[in-house]
Design a protein around this ligand. Structure first.
Ligand SMILES: Cc1cc2nc3c(=O)[nH]c(=O)nc-3n(C[C@H](O)[C@H](O)[C@H](O)COP(=O)(O)OP(=O)(O)OC[C@H]3O[C@@H](n4cnc5c(N)ncnc54)[C@H](O)[C@@H]3O)c2cc1C
Length: 503
């Protein structure tokens, strides 16, 4: 029977996408979106700050997207956001130049900021060649070494098996720091990088061979894309003029205009139970309970675990990420090399046990996202001429972090700078090898338990969860979100797009 009343729990990306798509799919059903906070968007948060000479968009969460997720492009089309999109072409420096920072204490021969080679020519000239070249050239000739009895393994174990331990630590751990802010020795390769896991199968044991062979065609989903594919031709990454919150704010506005949607903000969910007539009762703090024929939970799984008994909700530990934005009153050329930014691999001796700056990587926002800032630098010469440089340091994840002062989160004065921010700045100077000026603005976002580390076996556990939802809840309760189907913006939007297909 089609749903009469759908409750969507949680108003982050997945909850907003679920409510948006369900309200269109079931125009005769009522959709109620319930969110604990007074704002929607979850980890997507953009803030425009006003400084004496202009304004700058700062991001707390996701900042740029690759154009490969059609579900996001579809939203851009449906919500008429095309004019707000800013793109970085594949030929631009931020698309071509990505770096690794190798500390001098590391055991590999290259040290300092090293550009990741993007062509054979640049590989041969790169100090990273001694790690990259032998690993990639030998891989197709290594015997098939996936143990017959394993269904999944960590990213580190997978890359070590195929490319060797130095490659796995140098490139694999840095990549995982950049996407999942976690330890590559813990993250499931099958859940995090399914295409690489499948390439090894296709290549009969070799990832390189697998990528050279054609993959089986899969049945294509149909998306309402308008002309967004044209807009994304030859684009490396994109964002929005006012930041990523453009996407969540536009979904909210669209929901507010829908006759069949109600949004309950500042409303905490404290319980969930199935009633005899198969409807579901949602207990709300300080409000009357809500009844729904169908429920979509997009809550972080450990939070859902406090509301209802279901298997595997606490299997994946979450990472806490501190994001620190800096603005310097100097052009980017005086601060950093032209490019997207850099990632830092896991230290050879593992993560320290005591608190440290714990830098996972730094994004050179001025290079890819300078079109967000006002006034805009005329022409393409922002790198040499823009009056400001904006960059973001990502810290935490597997590194223990020092405590933060309770209230101080941003400042225009370097006198108020907490020791933590000062230590990041000192480290930034060392990593960039430059005597940087004092920043004119800094902002800390403490994202507590924001990204789940999907441990090996995650996909099987989620299948078991689905089976229990089908048998015990008659599939009237759907559980989706970053902790279930993948953490990327595209994964979250796609999950909201697909939910309720069996209703
Ligand atoms: C720092 C950072 C950088 C990132 N960068 C990128 C990137 O560059 N590219 C990319 O693709 N992805 C990125 N991501 C990942 C992506 O942003 C997240 O995975 C995604 O936003 C998660 O959305 P969600 O809706 O599943 O979860 P959430 O955003 O966690 O939403 C869950 C919602 O539930 C609400 N809630 C919780 N408890 C209750 C309760 N009891 N009652 C009611 N409501 C409740 C919360 O307030 C929240 O709004 C990044 C994430 C972070 C944190």
């Amino acid at each position: 029977m089609p749903p009469t009343r759908i409750a969507v729990l949680g108003g982050g990306l997945t909850g907003l996408s679920s409510a948006f798509h369900l309200s269109r799919k079931f125009p005769n059903s009522k959709v109620v979106l319930v969110e604990k906070h007074s704002r929607l968007g979850g980890w997507v948060r953009s803030e425009r700050v006003q400084l004496p000479q202009g304004t700058h968009v700062l991001e707390a969460g996701p900042r740029s997207l690759r154009p490969n997720s059609k579900s996001v492009l579809e939203l851009i089309h449906l919500l008429k956001l095309k004019d707000q999109v800013i793109t970085v072409p594949k030929t631009a420096a931020p698309a071509k130049a990505r770096f690794l920072y190798i500390p001098p204490s590391d055991s590999i021969r290259a040290s300092g900021l090293q550009r990741i080679p993007s062509s054979l020519f640049s590989l041969l000239r790169s100090p990273l060649w001694s790690v990259l070249l032998p690993a990639v050239l030998r891989e197709p000739f290594r015997r098939n070494n996936r143990p017959a009895d394993i269904q999944d393994e960590s990213v580190d174990s997978f890359f070590s098996r195929r490319f060797g331990e130095t490659f796995a630590r140098t490139f694999g751990s840095a990549l995982v720091h950049g996407i999942y802010a976690t330890d590559s020795r813990k993250l499931s390769v099958k859940a995090a990088f399914p295409s690489i896991w499948k390439a090894e199968e296709r290549g009969r044991g070799s990832i390189v061979r697998g990528f050279l062979l054609p993959s089986k065609p899969v049945e294509e989903e149909q998306y309402d894309l308008g002309r967004t594919l044209d807009m994304m031709r030859d684009v490396s990454v994109y964002s929005f003029r006012d930041g990523m919150e453009t996407l969540t704010a536009a979904m909210e506005q669209s929901l507010l205009r829908s006759d069949n949607v109600e949004i309950l903000k500042s409303t905490s969910i404290s319980g969930l139970k199935s009633l005899e007539d198969k409807s579901i009762e949602i207990t709300l703090a300080e409000k009357e309970p809500l009844r729904a024929s169908h429920v979509v939970s997009t809550l972080p799984l450990p939070i859902l675990h406090n509301l209802v008994s279901l298997p595997h909700l606490t299997a994946n530990p979450p990472s806490t990420v501190r994001v620190v934005n800096f603005i310097f009153a100097a052009p980017p050329k005086d601060i950093h090399p032209e490019g997207f930014g850099y990632l830092i691999p896991r230290p050879p001796a593992g993560y320290p046990h005591s608190p440290s700056p714990g830098i996972l990587g730094t994004v050179f926002d001025s290079c890819s996202l300078h079109a967000q800032d006002l006034p805009q630098t005329e022409g393409a010469d922002y790198y040499n001429n823009a009056p400001y440089t904006k960059l973001t340091m990502m810290t935490g994840g597997p590194y223990p972090q020092p405590p933060l002062p309770e209230q101080l989160c941003s400042s225009e004065s370097s006198r108020d700078m907490p020791d933590f921010v000062r230590s990041l700045l000192d480290e930034l100077r060392r990593q960039l090898g430059k005597d940087l000026p004092e920043p004119v603005y800094w902002r800390i976002w403490n994202n507590e338990e924001c990204i789940p580390t999907l441990l090996p076996g995650h996909l099987d556990r989620m299948e078991e969860l689905k089976t229990v939802l089908a048998s015990d809840w008659d599939s009237r309760l759907a559980v989706v979100g970053a902790g279930v189907g993948g953490v990327s913006v595209g994964d979250c939007i796609e999950a909201g797009r697909r939910v309720g297909r069996e209703w």
